[in-house]
Ligand binder design. Structure first.
Ligand SMILES: Nc1ncnc2c1ncn2[C@@H]1O[C@H](COP(=O)(O)OP(=O)(O)OP(=O)(O)O)[C@@H](O)[C@H]1O
Ligand SMILES: O=P(O)(O)O[C@@H]1[C@@H](O)[C@H](OP(=O)(O)O)[C@@H](OP(=O)(O)O)[C@H](O)[C@H]1OP(=O)(O)O
Length: 341
């Protein structure tokens, strides 16, 4: 039995019809115009007739439930988490609000399909800077199939996951110039080494993120975004304290999403930037069975060290230029779009 009040079980699959696999209490219809999210930085994307998430104008993010067990796993997680009285209130804010599931027209034209209805965490932001960081030195878990374990192992070894305990899955950073956005190729940022990751984390909080500049990034937003009592570092430390205690869930292959809105003027010293940390992607969450999620905790600690070192030494010269990824579609672009899966 789980230590939580909520049952953390996968919904049964007695009924084959995909729409019927999900409890009717979660199904509802809202007739609204859905569109492809402009600020998505990783994951399956709805562009080009693929199946991917959609958003509406009221601040909701519709993530299609994947037909295999990933969909039921993610819904099972949100259902369990929503009613788990052991989750402290101050920790809930790190998770997108869950509004149940809904049948909506899928982006790949395959008809109405069940989607998770989540809070759109970028809603209302004009120039959101977003980074998706997949946490953990391993993205597989013992319950996975042999084939899945092999695929994950290969990817973990080829990317920074194994060496750093996390990999950057994707990002976008706005510059101060109107409509300039840096959205480097995902395959490249996943494989950066420690120096390059440090440089990207600096560019994320700089006035001009453009990778072809000779100068070091100015990090002029570092103290207001990463620092301060409500900044990214403080939030990550709060999350870390929870992970040192919680043993209900193992967050395999989950991501930390960092976001803040780029404003042309610098916030006053010590002023808040309304930077946020969110946890997303729960398609591979498993039961913690009373054991600390050391894979996630280790990766989180490693990521925290990168952020805190930037705050301590923002002016430290980065030993390497990022030519590796600036050469490969990494330059600042006009409304650059990430590639879709
Ligand atoms: N609640 C949300 N609000 C706004 N954007 C979101 C939200 N959840 C996810 N995103 C965006 O969508 C991207 C992919 O999300 P997620 O990892 O959940 O999808 P996925 O298709 O399961 O990914 P993967 O293929 O890595 O398993 C994130 O990087 C982020 O940009
Ligand atoms: O194709 P799948 O089975 O949906 O698995 C995806 C995988 O394709 C994807 O890799 P890539 O297409 O970006 O190379 C993985 O994303 P990362 O690159 O961030 O690792 C996804 O994580 C895979 O999905 P899942 O994690 O559910 O296995």
């Amino acid at each position: 039995m789980l230590e939580s009040d909520a049952k953390f079980t996968i919904f049964p699959r007695q009924i084959k019809d995909q729409e019927s696999r999900f409890p009717t209490c979660f199904l509802s219809f809202r007739h609204t115009m859905l569109k492809v999210p402009e600020h998505q930085v990783a994951g399956h994307q709805a562009l080009g007739g693929h199946l991917g998430p959609l958003i509406d104008d009221s601040g909701r993010f519709y993530k299609p439930l994947q037909g295999d067990e990933r969909g039921s796993k993610e819904m099972s997680f949100y259902t369990s988490f929503s009613s788990n009285t052991r989750v402290p209130e101050h920790i809930r804010r790190f998770f997108p609000v869950f509004h149940g599931t809904q049948l909506v027209e899928a982006s790949d034209g395959s008809g109405r399909k069940p989607h998770l209805v989540l809070e759109d965490v970028t809603s209302g932001q004009f120039k959101p800077c977003v980074m998706d960081i997949k946490i953990g030195s391993r993205t597989w878990y013992s319950e996975s199939s042999e084939d899945y374990i092999q695929r994950c192992l290969k990817k973990d070894m080829e990317t920074s996951s194994l060496s750093l305990g996390f990999r950057i899955s994707g990002l976008q950073v706005y510059g101060n110039k109107e409509s300039e956005v840096w959205k480097p190729e995902r395959k490249v940022v996943q494989k950066l080494d420690a120096d390059e990751v440090r440089l990207v984390l600096k560019r994320f909080v700089s006035s001009d993120p453009s990778p072809d500049l000779e100068s070091n990034p100015d990090c002029c937003y570092a103290s207001s975004v990463y620092g301060g009592s409500t900044g990214i570092l403080a939030q990550l430390l709060e999350l870390k304290a929870w992970f040192e205690d919680q043993t209900t869930y193992h967050f395999n292959s989950c991501s930390v999403l960092m976001l803040y809105e780029k404003k042309p003027l610098l916030p006053k010293k010590g002023g808040s930037s309304a930077a946020e940390v969110k946890l997303i992607d729960f398609a591979h969450v498993t039961e913690g069975k009373g054991v600390i999620d050391h894979n996630f905790l280790g990766g989180l600690c490693s990521f925290i060290k990168f952020i805190s070192e930037i705050l301590t030494n923002p002016d430290e010269q980065s030993p390497r230029a990022c030519s590796q990824y600036s050469d490969k579609n990494g330059g600042a672009t006009e409304n650059g779009a990430a590639e879709s899966k």
